[in-house]
Design a protein around this ligand. Structure first.
Ligand code: 0WD
Length: 256
């Protein structure tokens, strides 16, 4: 398929080859996109560059961006804009919370921990949208990654569930803001996938096995499935879709 041929798409959040953003990268690349990557840690950049080489993916650009820092975001998108001109899409696949707050009682969440999770996992989409829209002069799509813990109480997900709830509400408000410029904003709500971040959530293995037992499709979700759903949302096939949360969870969210 060539659904994203000649489209310049920014991918944020590849940490290693298990990252959801890496599954997304493969889907977008196979659809003909020109890919730009942002990374936070130097270690992630090195891994990313090795992975790209191994998979014979030629990136358009790789830039540093720490979403905790407005100046870093501004600089990153300015650099992208200067290099590629128009941006047609953005993938936001970034989240963080202290692991000691991803277990036990939600009521024990510290003020700092609460604000940190909101800052990196939710506000970052607002800040990034503000910067990237300046370069999305031909319209396009923005897709973020969320989880069922935003809608329901999922044991141990705690402060991150509340951050994801804010993220999903942000998707709707942002969709309204940028809709007049032909930009769509959507989220993919993936089932549990074993990644670096997932390791931080207590009882994660159990969450994965429940999908195999109870979800309508009775099988795990993987990065490639999320990648293809994200591709759909970024492509013209989804031109009538905005402000939406698309579940890629083997249907788990519809059962009790
Ligand atoms: O089961 C799962 N794994 C699910 C994950 C189910 C449903 C949703 N998600 C979401 C996560 O909440 C997150 O939003 O998908 C997104 C990606 O998560 P992932 O692929 O599970 O996580 P991981 O591979 O650990 O990547 C997270 C990345 C970080 O890697 P490095 O090592 O470079 O920090 O989040 C990014 C970063 O790339 N990140 C940041 N990026 C910029 N600035 C920051 C930051 N301050 N903090 C974290």
């Amino acid at each position: 398929n060539a659904l994203l041929k000649d489209r310049n798409i920014v991918v944020m959040g590849v940490a290693n080859n298990r990252s959801i953003a890496w599954g997304i990268t493969k889907s977008l690349y196979n659809a003909g996109a020109n890919l730009i990557f942002t990374y936070r840690q130097e270690r992630s950049r090195q891994k990313l560059e090795k992975m790209l080489e191994k998979n014979e993916i030629e990136p358009q650009l790789v830039v540093s961006c720490d979403v905790e820092d407005d100046d870093s975001i501004k600089r990153a998108f300015q650099e992208v804009g200067d290099n590629v001109g128009t941006i047609h899409g953005l993938v936001h696949s970034v989240a963080f919370a202290n692991t000691d707050e991803l277990k036990g009682d939600y009521a024990d969440t510290s003020r700092d921990g609460y604000l940190l999770a909101q800052n990196i996992s939710s506000y970052s989409l607002v800040a990034v949208t503000r910067e990237v829209r300046k370069y999305m002069t031909e319209g396009g799509g923005i897709v973020t990654q969320t989880y069922l813990g935003a809608e329901r109480v999922v044991p141990n997900y705690n402060v991150m569930g509340v951050a994801k709830a804010a993220l999903e509400a942000s998707v709707r408000y942002l969709a309204e803001d940028v809709g007049k410029d032909g930009i769509r904003v959507n989220a993919v709500s993936a089932g549990p996938i074993r990644t670096l971040s997932a390791k931080g959530v207590a009882g994660f293995n159990e969450k994965m096995s429940v999908i195999e037992e109870k979800a309508p499709l009775r099988r795990q979700v993987d990065q490639d499935q999320v990648g293809d759903a994200t591709l759909f949302l970024l492509s013209e096939l989804a031109r009538g879709v905005t402000g939406e949360v698309l579940h890629v969870d083997s249907g788990f969210h519809i059962v009790t």
